[in-house]
Design a binder for this molecule. Sequence first.
Ligand SMILES: Nc1ncnc2c1ncn2[C@@H]1O[C@H](COP(=O)(O)OP(=O)(O)OP(=O)(O)O)[C@@H](O)[C@H]1O
Ligand SMILES: O=P(O)(O)OC[C@H]1O[C@H](OP(=O)(O)OP(=O)(O)O)[C@H](O)[C@@H]1O
Length: 224
Amino acid sequence: MLKLAVPSKGRLMEQCFDWFADHGVRLSRSGSDREYAGRVEGVENLSLQLLSAGEIPRELGAGRIDLGVTGTDLVREKLAGWRSVVTELAPMGFGHADLVLAVPAGWRDCETLDDFAAIARDFRRAHGFRLRIATKYHRLVRAWLSAHEVADYQLVDSQGATEGTVANLTAEAIADITSSGETLRANHLKILGEPPILQSQATLFASRAANADEVAALMRKLGL
Ligand SMILES: Nc1ncnc2c1ncn2[C@@H]1O[C@H](COP(=O)(O)OP(=O)(O)OP(=O)(O)O)[C@@H](O)[C@H]1O
Ligand SMILES: O=P(O)(O)OC[C@H]1O[C@H](OP(=O)(O)OP(=O)(O)O)[C@H](O)[C@@H]1O
């Protein structure tokens, strides 16, 4: 029996149910809208759990679930050495979002990452502390800034409403997921750097601990 987990709410859950239906497997909640158990029809030996998208990487990593749907951003952020822990089975074509670095739109002299690196150096000298970047994507942001030789900054943890931290004076810049760009615009922020830190989408992952034959049989059933 393979254990599958999908996001427990919102558009991600609905689009996930639609994707499986298009591949001949019907997923549904087993009880009320509040119940986090699920039902599977159309394939044998598969059980369904509804979990927080943010917790699915950890459950895959621990081998407590065999298959999971979540964003590539969350897997890369939350699982060190993710390639040795999970296998990417199928990008699913929804949940597209870019992880980006953004600064106040009014920073006219900051258009490139090189400008940002220079501003960060000057900031430290002028203020006596490092420029603050609010984010929940610590691992990905650190790796990306290091690859671009930006060193004079500190990360400030923000688990939500991250774009508000600049106006609230708890950070000078942010790194967060964007799709329509509305939240950045509404908070007077502009994106720096092209391409983005990461382009994410909802993806079906298998735990490396899962039974490979059972996973291969399911993939055939899904037509993948
Ligand atoms: N505006 C958006 N458009 C598209 N995808 C998004 C957007 N915001 C977040 N996502 C994606 O949705 C996935 C889930 O994100 P989110 O952080 O909301 O989950 P979560 O915090 O684990 O949910 P929960 O509140 O259940 O804990 C991530 O992979 C993320 O990339
Ligand atoms: O570019 P947009 O289409 O405006 O979308 C971006 C927003 O969506 C996500 O927030 P979410 O609604 O998941 O809430 P959060 O602040 O708790 O992360 C993300 O963190 C951004 O804030």
